[in-house]
Design a protein around this ligand. Structure first.
Ligand code: ADE
Length: 265
C-alpha cells in the first residue's frame, strides 16, 4: 500500500482510441514530443497529469513508462486500454483491474523458472493496492452511473453489452495479439485465474517495480482472444473503448481519495 500523494499522474494507453478525450479535457495543456511520442502535460480534473500513447507491445510500453518517470517526473502511473478475455467468466464489455501481471511470453528456462523475469526473482508483478481499489471504485461507478448514458443502445446491442462486471485479478501480457482458441486456452492453463490478455501491462509493471513507482492497470474487454478477435477488437476500439476510458479516468480523478492531491481550495 502506498501512502504517498500523487504529485503527478502518468496515464498511458497503447492506442489513440483508448485515451480519446482526455487530452482535450486537460487544463493548461503543453505538449512535449520526445522519442516518437507526444506527452500531453497539464491538469486533469485538478490533478497534475501527463497523458501519452505508448503504441503497441512490451518494449514500447516499457520505454514510455520509463520516460514518464525519468523525464516527466510522474510519481504514479495508470494504464488504460482494452484486452482480450482470459476465460469464460469475463465477457466483452467487462472491466478488469489488475492485481498482478505476468509476461506470458517470458521463458528463460531452464536457467530460470518459466515466466520469471530473470534476476528479479518474480513472475508476477503486483499493482498498487490503494490505486487499484480506487480505480475499481471508479469502474463500478462508471457501470452504475454512466454506462447506459454514454454507450448508445445500438452499440449495446451490437456488442451484446448488458450490465458489465468489474473483475480484479491476473492480467497476462505478451508481444502477441491472441486470436486463437487453443492459444488462449493454453494461456489460461498456464496462468490459473487469468482474466485478460494484452500487450503492455506487465511491461509497465516491471518498469514501475524496478523504479519503485506505484501503478495500476485497467482494461475493458474488447474480444474473446479467439478467431474473431481481430474483427471484434477493431469494432470495439472504434466505437466503445474511448467512452469507457474517459469516464473511468474522470471518476478516478474526481473522486476524493487520500492519495490524490486535489486542487487547493
Ligand atoms: N488487446 C485486445 N485484445 C487483445 C488480444 N486478443 N490479444 C492481445 N492483446 C489484445
Amino acid at each position: 500500500m502506498n501512502h504517498h500523494k500523487i504529485k503527478r499522474l502518468g496515464i498511458i494507453s497503447a492506442l489513440h482510441e483508448e485515451q480519446e478525450g482526455l487530452v482535450q479535457a486537460m487544463e493548461g495543456l503543453a505538449t512535449v514530443t520526445h522519442g516518437m511520442r507526444d506527452y500531453a502535460v497539464g491538469r486533469l480534473w485538478g490533478i497534475d497529469a501527463v497523458c501519452v500513447l505508448s503504441r503497441i507491445g512490451k518494449v514500447a510500453a516499457a520505454m514510455t513508462a520509463t520516460m514518464l518517470v525519468e523525464k516527466f517526473g510522474v510519481t504514479h502511473i495508470l494504464f488504460t486500454g482494452v484486452a482480450g478475455s482470459g476465460g469464460p467468466s469475463v465477457a466483452v464489455g467487462d472491466i478488469v483491474v489488475a492485481e498482478s501481471l505476468v509476461q506470458h511470453d517470458m521463458d528463460a528456462s531452464p536457467l530460470f523458472p518459466r515466466f520469471e523475469v530473470p534476476l528479479t526473482g518474480l513472475a508476477h508483478f503486483t499493482s498498487d493496492a490503494s490505486l487499484s481499489t480506487h480505480l475499481a471504485g471508479a469502474a463500478h461507478d462508471f457501470v452504475a452511473g454512466d454506462f447506459l448514458d454514454v454507450i448508445e443502445a445500438d452499440e449495446r446491442r451490437v456488442f451484446r453489452l448488458q450490465q458489465p462486471s468489474v473483475h480484479r485479478g491476473l492480467i497476462a501480457s505478451g508481444d502477441q495479439f491472441v486470436s486463437c482458441r487453443d492459444h488462449i486456452g493454453r494461456l489460461g492453463t498456464n496462468h490459473p485465474g487469468l482474466l485478460a490478455v494484452e500487450m503492455e501491462g506487465a511491461a509497465v509493471a516491471q518498469v514501475c517495480f524496478e523504479l519503485g513507482v506505484p501503478f495500476a492497470v485497467i482494461r475493458t474487454i474488447s474480444d474473446n482472444a479467439n478467431e474473431d478477435a481481430a474483427h471484434d477488437f477493431m469494432r470495439f476500439v472504434k466505437s466503445v473503448a474511448a467512452r469507457y476510458a474517459f469516464h473511468i479516468v474522470r471518476r478516478f480523478c474526481q473522486q476524493p481519495h487520500p492519495n490524490l492531491a486535489v486542487k487547493a481550495l
